[in-house]
Design a protein around this ligand. Structure first.
Ligand code: CTP
Length: 395
């Protein structure tokens, strides 16, 4: 149930904080990707490095980025969009009280407010504290808000006393997390989503073709993200430089002509995302046999290919959502906005080819999600951007 899921593990300042390291490992063993946020007090119990090295991600403590002017001022929002589940284990009385009142004074409490996913709190404290009227009232309140609570267990506590307040066994937390994830219906549940990815190849002869350096990474990441939101996904792809994703129905194509034919067969989808880097021109003549250089001419006559996204824009079925991409080398917003109108798309995901850490083959990207009246910027790995964009559109 947790396989492929994205979990934020929130660790607050109680002695059970060390157990959260074991919980993180178990989430990972179950196939989940985990990011950790700790409260400043939690870092007095367990070092940041423990969670950073186990999770393979920077551990976020404060809302403001550690490096001044690094530009990452909205990571609590990005994390909130990224996650499928937010588990706070252990959750102290102090953090519980903050969540009850909506206080957002560190990365953990701010991300709770920004989270679009279910939140599971594992309140852990001494028995007297747990039974106190303030904590009891706060627990009732957060339940009313719709947060999930895993009751603490009874037994020996760090104070030397016995009572209710211990962090439940890791297996129980895992079981509860799986139960919550299993009960969530993704926002794309029951929706048919078509994603195109990779380059097209326009053959001149059997051994030569016109193409581009698209790897297909962004399109595949979008297809996987759509599937994790519950969609019934069809991936239509040109030659990919990465492995085909598991468990996603896919159709492989070579040329723009092939792509157009397959897209038309799926034109009734609820959502179509044209991430493929489609060739705008194709040779007028495709030679059946390899052209010998002694016979070759110095120029190749080309003709325009079908603009598939524009065709979809003209033949849109009622309620269908169309999302295109725009790869630009200059005037990003202006050029991409004009594609939004010309192709009658709901969104264009635009990026600059010559931006550092963006573009065709790498694992990272910087994109603008443009609609008629909005412009949102996303930066990070293609996988993270894919999920953040879909969450932003559909959740
Ligand atoms: N696209 C398409 N069919 C084509 C060309 C592009 O469906 N023949 C789609 C792409 O998949 C992308 C969007 O249109 O979603 C924009 O593609 P892009 O190559 O950036 O723009 P073009 O429309 O080709 O315009 P230009 O070459 O002038 O930038």
């Amino acid at each position: 149930m947790l396989s492929g899921k994205r979990i934020i593990l929130g660790v607050t300042g109680g002695i059970a904080a060390y157990k959260a390291a074991f919980l993180l490992r178990e989430f990972q063993k179950a196939g989940a990707e985990v990011r950790v946020t700790m409260t400043p007090s939690a870092t007095r119990f367990v070092g940041l490095e423990t969670f950073a090295s186990l999770s393979g991600h920077e551990v976020a403590v404060e809302i403001f980025p550690d490096k001044p002017n690094s530009g990452d001022w909205t990571r609590h929002i990005n994390w909130g969009e990224w996650a499928d589940l937010f588990v706070i284990a252990p959750c102290t009385a102090n953090t519980l009280a903050k969540i009850t009142t909506g206080i957002s004074d560190n990365m953990l409490t701010s991300t709770v407010l920004a989270a679009r996913c279910p939140v599971l709190l594992c309140p852990t404290m001494d028995g007297e504290m747990y039974d106190s009227p303030g904590v009891s009232r706060n627990l009732d309140k957060v339940k009313e808000f719709g947060y999930h609570i895993l009751e603490p267990e009874s037994g020996y506590l760090a104070s030397g006393l016995e009572g209710k307040g211990r962090l439940p066994e890791i297996d129980k937390i895992l079981e509860k997390a799986s139960e919550i994830i299993g009960s969530v219906k993704g926002p794309l549940e029951g929706k048919k989503v078509v994603v195109t990815a990779g380059p097209t190849r326009e053959h001149i002869d059997p051994v030569r073709f016109i193409s581009n350096p698209s790897s297909g990474k962004m399109g595949v990441a979008i297809a996987e993200a759509a599937q994790s939101l519950g969609a019934d996904v069809t991936l239509i792809h040109g030659p990919l430089s990465i492995a085909k994703p598991d468990g996603i129905h896919s159709v492989s194509i070579t040329s723009t002509g092939d792509l157009f034919e397959v897209v038309k067969e799926h034109a009734d989808a609820d959502v179509i995302i044209m991430a493929a880097a489609v060739s705008d021109f194709t040779p007028v003549e495709i030679h059946k046999n390899k052209v010998k250089k002694t016979d070759a001419v110095n120029s190749i006559e080309l003709e325009r290919t079908q603009d598939i996204l524009a065709w979809l824009g003209e033949h849109r079925k009622e309620g269908q959502m169309l999302i295109g991409f725009a790869m630009e080398t200059e005037n990003l917003i202006e050029n991409a906005t004009s594609k939004l109108e010309k192709k009658n798309a709901d969104y264009i995901i635009a990026n600059l080819l010559n931006d550092k850490e963006s573009g065709f083959e790498g694992d990272t990207n910087t994109v603008h999600l443009l609609s008629k009246d909005s412009d949102q910027k996303f930066q990070g790995t293609k996988k993270d951007i894919a999920i953040e964009i879909l969450n932003s559109i559909f959740r």
